[in-house]
Design a binder for this molecule. Structure first.
Ligand SMILES: *[C@@H]1O[C@H](CO)[C@@H](O)[C@H](O)[C@H]1NC(C)=O
Ligand SMILES: *[C@@H]1O[C@H](CO)[C@@H](O)[C@H](O)[C@H]1NC(C)=O
Ligand SMILES: *[C@@H]1O[C@H](CO)[C@@H](O)[C@H](O)[C@H]1NC(C)=O
Ligand SMILES: *[C@@H]1O[C@H](CO)[C@@H](O)[C@H](O)[C@H]1NC(C)=O
Length: 143
């Protein structure tokens, strides 16, 4: 065996290890980053998928959609009927793993709804995961 293939094997072992390590402590928030532009008075649905280990019932995450006005500070979107939250849950293809889809419909958009939005997840044992930022621009209609 040349040192070249030895190196390759080591590299593969490291990559496999990192993948397993990444899947193990698993709580992930999945959706793309985006910049959205919508006209006022319309509504918008933001979708957040949280992947989590479901083999421990004490570890079910709480999932929130937030508006971020000050860095690291979540203003919960919970102002019914302006914000309608929809939740569904399904098994993931990976064993002992679930996906929870949490969507928020923001109704009757106004220019003041413009800003940065983020979904985050927190388990009772205080593991947290945060999603990408979504930047919303609400355009005022010209008279
Ligand atoms: C959103 O806009 C910002 C600033 O213009 C830009 O840097 C970023 O790449 C954009 N993101 C996406 C996903 O288009
Ligand atoms: C969220 O999901 C709904 C239904 O699939 C879709 O119509 C909507 O465009 C999605 N929202 C975003 C911001 O991608
Ligand atoms: C479930 O998770 C909690 C919090 O991390 C931990 O204290 C408990 O031992 C776990 N139970 C099992 C069966 O793994
Ligand atoms: C939408 O918002 C505008 C401005 O705040 C308000 O005047 C209007 O009554 C709202 N419409 C609905 C259907 O809630």
């Amino acid at each position: 065996m040349t040192s070249g293939t030895g190196m390759k094997k080591l590299l593969i072992a490291v990559v496999v290890f990192l993948c397993i390590a990444n899947l193990k402590g698993d709580l992930r928030v999945i959706y793309p980053s985006s910049n959205i532009s919508v006209e006022e008075m319309r509504s918008l649905v933001l979708n957040c998928t949280v992947k989590y280990k479901s083999n421990n019932h004490t570890n079910i995450p709480e999932v929130l959609w937030c508006k971020i006005e000050i860095i690291n500070q979540c203003i919960k979107l919970q102002d019914h009927p302006k914000h309608l939250i929809m939740v569904s849950e399904m098994d993931d293809t990976e064993e002992n793993t679930k996906r929870r889809l949490v969507s928020v419909q923001i109704n009757n958009l106004t220019v003041s709804d413009s800003g940065t939005y983020q979904c985050n997840a927190k388990t009772p044992d205080l593991k947290t995961a945060m999603g990408h930022f979504i930047t919303l621009t609400v355009q005022s209609k010209l008279e």
